[in-house]
Design a protein around this ligand. Structure first.
Ligand code: PBG
Ligand code: ZN
Length: 324
């Protein structure tokens, strides 16, 4: 195939031709909308660093969830912001905790929408780490039981899927066992398998008030320099019973998404995180780029890299752009 016999431009000359040879087609089915649940009533508090995102009490949360379902979005992922924090993050596994109540409210109001819950302790611990402490050390094995209790409490509240984001070793197996013992063998685990220690989580930590009070997350989240290790992490999670494996963040890790897609036959999720959202929104507000176009290009790129589903704060906007 050589010029002038082959001319790639031939197949680009009309929208019809371009559609015929398009390799990647983003659909609303690919999108998962992350939402921040708080207690109280009639709360719809904007998150400064994430324009268009809010802290939502259950009444407003169910309204947004209805919009998501009407737009054709198959699932939301809920994060809870509790009123009180303590060293053991007890709010994470409280029967009437923020997320547990939010899940019930959403499942009652919009039963067909799948509700995924983020399973972690960092929003609930007063020190802001994803596990419990032994002095200054994050105690891996002692944390596993708390994570398992958290996952089971979410399932009891009606969660359709749980997504552990803590990066403790062995947590998928522990959660799988606890779910099965609790009669929730039907509840899948979407594991944050390759979760990097990323500065792109900045806006989220502000939104969820979950920044660590000392140190950082480098002893449990992955080094951004490593990709082979992502394959090992995913291997472990799959052996422990993960149903979906996630790479997070997405944009600076498209190569990791691609590799994980090539290596494994399980569904792959990618998390288009808060900082990735904030950068596009900020540039759009400055008038420096076309936010809508960059959004669609970005989401298409994440899918092209190999993601079967994308957790993204753009989900509602993208669903609108895609039409129905
Ligand atoms: C908590 C958690 C984080 C995110 C999802 N779950 C933050 C962190 O690890 O500090 C980040 C999401 C985002 O930035 O959009 N374990
Ligand atoms: Zn955490």
């Amino acid at each position: 195939m050589q010029f002038p016999d082959y001319r790639p431009r031939r197949m680009r000359q009309s929208e019809a031709f371009r559609r015929m040879i398009r390799e990647t087609v983003l659909t609303t089915d690919d999108l998962i909308l992350p939402l921040f649940a708080v207690g109280g009533k009639k709360v719809k508090e904007p998150i400064a660093s994430m324009p268009g995102q809010f802290h939502l009490s259950s009444d407003h949360l169910t309204t947004v969830c209805k919009q998501a379902a009407d737009a054709g979005i198959p699932a939301v992922i809920l994060f809870g912001i509790p009123e009180k924090k303590d060293p053991l993050g007890t709010g994470a596994y409280a029967k009437d905790g923020t997320v547990q109540r939010a899940v019930k409210a959403v499942k009652d109001a919009v039963p067909d929408l799948s509700v995924i819950t983020d399973v972690c302790l960092c929003q609930y611990t007063d020190h802001g780490h994803c596990g419990m402490l032994d002095g200054q050390i994050i105690d891996n094995d002692a944390t596993l039981d708390l994570l398992a209790r958290t996952a089971v409490s979410h399932a009891e509240a009606g969660a359709d899927m749980v997504a552990p984001s803590d990066m403790m070793d062995g947590r998928v197996a522990e959660i799988r066992e606890a779910l099965d013992e609790g009669g929730f063998e039907r509840v899948p685990i979407m594991s944050y398998a390759a979760k990097y220690c990323s500065a792109y989580y900045g806006p989220f930590r502000e939104a969820a008030d979950s920044a660590p009070k000392f140190g950082d997350r480098r002893t449990y989240q992955m080094d951004p320099a490593n990709a082979e290790e992502a394959v090992r992490e995913a291997t472990l999670d799959i052996e422990e019973g993960a149903d979906i494996i996630m790479v997070k963040p997405a944009l600076a890790y498209l190569d990791v998404i691609y590799r994980i897609r090539q290596e494994f036959d399980l569904p792959v999720a990618a998390y288009n995180v808060s900082g990735e959202y904030a950068m596009i929104k900020a540039a759009e507000q400055m008038g420096w780029l076309d936010g809508q176009k960059v959004m669609m290009e970005t989401l298409t790129a994440i899918k092209r890299a190999g993601a079967d589903m994308i957790l993204t704060y753009f989900a509602l906007e993208a669903a609108k752009a895609l039409g129905r």
